[in-house]
Design a protein around this ligand. Structure first.
Ligand code: B4P
Length: 189
């Protein structure tokens, strides 16, 4: 199985590149951000709780997102592989993912990390906020909070995957197609 973690700060291009990767490699796309936004749109109790945190730029509790990923893995037993987009975001999530995959006799193949400077991230997210309708993209203070959450809780996962020899860094600036080619070259190695 090909199981990719697509990693990077908010606005690095994870969602954008996932669309291209799932088409090329026929993988199942699991984006915790998309799953949470669907729960919000359906006004589920979990969605309503998550919205309060997401609107402030904070992470949703580990137990919530781990539970969501676990059910999605169970629902896709015959998948050729998965792209984990925006998950894991904490060490507890990474450990839970390793054990969920090992129960299925598989593991993460590699972590592809898109690297983009903070100023460019803010610019991209504010631009998306003009037409996305996403509350967390419309306020510069909230965007900065998301980047701070990333730097304190999520960036340490680079070490987690480096220790397993699975960390690959990719420049996340340039055209979407150029970045996609870099990702494909690393996957093909
Ligand atoms: P996510 O939905 O994961 O959102 P994101 O990181 O902000 O965006 P994404 O990475 O998909 O966007 P992209 O860069 O593609 O999370 C939202 C919130 O949900 C989190 O803040 C958190 O509260 C919660 N959450 C989600 N997962 C969680 C978890 N595991 N644990 C706890 N909480 C969790 O695109 C950004 C913009 O850049 C787009 O407009 C795009 O067009 C543009 N862009 C992309 N590539 C570009 C390029 N090469 N050049 C110029 N612009 C580019």
């Amino acid at each position: 199985m090909l199981n990719l973690v697509l990693f990077g700060p908010p606005g690095a291009g994870k969602g954008t590149q996932s669309v291209k990767l799932i088409e090329k490699y026929a993988l199942i796309h699991l984006s915790t951000g998309d799953i949470l936004r669907a729960e919000i749109a359906n006004a589920t109790p979990r969605g309503l709780e998550a919205k309060k945190l997401m609107d402030q730029g904070l992470l949703v509790p580990d137990a919530v997102v781990i539970g969501m990923i676990s059910s999605k893995l169970d629902a896709n037993k015959n998948a050729k592989g998965f792209i984990f987009d925006g998950f894991p975001r904490t060490t507890a999530q990474a450990q839970a993912l390793d054990s969920l995959l090992s129960e299925k006799n598989t593991s993460i193949s590699m972590m592809l990390a898109l690297e983009v400077e903070d100023e460019e991230l803010t610019r991209r997210l504010l631009k998306r906020g003009l037409d996305s309708g996403r509350a967390d993209d419309q306020n510069e203070e909230v965007i900065r909070k998301r980047i701070t959450e990333y730097n304190s809780k999520t960036a340490p996962l680079k070490q987690y995957y480096s220790a397993q020899n699975k960390f690959i860094s990719i420049p996340g600036t340039g055209s979407v197609d150029q970045i996609f080619e870099l990702l494909c070259a690393k996957i093909a190695r």
